[in-house]
Design a protein around this ligand. Structure first.
Ligand SMILES: Nc1nc2c(ncn2[C@@H]2O[C@H](COP(=O)(O)OP(=O)(O)OP(=O)(O)O)[C@@H](O)[C@H]2O)c(=O)[nH]1
Ligand SMILES: [Mg+2]
Length: 285
């Protein structure tokens, strides 16, 4: 039990965490002694001074643990021997899948890569048009079918097209689905098998798009999607709002899943590579 009451202790922890992250561990450790002397000089009882030191050490420990978990979350994707690299994008309804795909296509195009989008959300009205707008906006080709068509069939067409055009990447949009609906989760498995038959090792990445406002339910989502759809990484969308997306810490810790990107808006340039240091800093901000 901490010597200070919970709220001052929490505020102190956050402040200490912020200073630590902003100025680095060396400066911070060097600052402990003078700070203790300063507090004692002001006439604070030694108990308070010790409490400050205790909280400081505790906070450094907590920050290091968080960074440890999330640095693993910065892990790079595996190299793909031969293009196309197939990226399947999955998640529950409305998390930001289609928007993230548009932004990812923009980022890959900026790196000079050729990208083909696959509109395998044939379920939601206007989903195909939404992806089409992103394809036009980012200057990439889209492979689609009619609404209500078989997602695995359009994926097959997209992979054939990508192979014949020698595209570097195929990014596959899928319909939002509740992780508790086993028939919809099975559909993802069928798509994965179709991809693997056409392109060796595909899908090379299966990215779960999580809304940063999701609470503990996010862990359950991640568990189910990992089990049924072989998720290999997370895109944490909508981090530009008030939510901090702390649920990815639990996800990274339990499932060892890396966070690949964060979404910070609705414009093409609003997808950033995940940075564990910045993320932990924002948790303390
Ligand atoms: N502010 C903000 N809004 C976002 C971000 N990503 C997506 N959105 C918005 O969130 C809403 C849902 O985004 P979509 O990309 O359609 O989500 P989806 O997961 O494809 O949705 P379904 O296909 O219906 O399951 C849209 O209004 C997007 O503009 C983000 O990083 N920041
Ligand atoms: Mg969508």
């Amino acid at each position: 039990m901490n010597p200070l009451t919970p709220y001052p202790a929490l505020i102190m922890r956050l402040a200490v965490g912020g200073v630590f992250l902003n100025h680095g561990i060396d400066k911070f450790q060097n600052g402990i002694g003078p700070t203790a002397n300063f507090l004692a000089g002001l006439g604070f009882p030694m108990a308070t001074v010790f409490a400050v030191i205790l909280i400081t050490v505790e906070t450094i420990g907590a920050v290091c643990v968080l960074l440890g978990i999330l640095t693993r979350a910065e892990a790079q994707p595996r190299q793909v021997a031969e293009p196309p690299e197939v990226i399947l994008v999955v998640g529950v309804n409305g998390t930001g899948k289609t928007t993230s795909i548009g932004k990812l296509a923009h980022a890959l195009r900026a790196q000079g890569k050729s990208v083909l989008l696959c509109a395998a959300d044939t379920f939601r009205a206007a989903a195909i048009e939404q992806l089409e707008i992103w394809a036009t906006r980012t200057g990439v080709e889209l492979i689609k079918t009619k609404p209500g068509g078989d997602p695995a069939a359009v994926l097959y067409d997209a992979l054939e097209a990508a192979r014949s055009r020698r595209a570097d990447y195929v990014i596959v949009d899928t319909a939002g689905r509740l992780h508790t609906k086993s028939n919809l989760m099975a559909e993802l498995d069928k798509m994965r098998r179709t991809a693997g038959r056409l392109v060796p090792g595909a899908p090379h990445e299966t990215l779960l798009v999580m809304d940063a406002t999701t609470g503990q339910n996010g862990l359950q989502q991640a568990r189910q999607f990992t089990q049924s759809a072989g998720v290999t990484g997370i895109i944490l969308a909508k981090l530009d709002g008030t939510a901090k997306g702390g649920v990815v810490v639990a996800i990274s810790q339990e499932l060892g899943l890396p966070v690949r990107y964060v979404g910070v808006g609705e414009q093409p340039g609003d997808l950033l590579p995940f940075d564990a240091g910045e993320f932990v800093e924002s948790l303390f901000a």
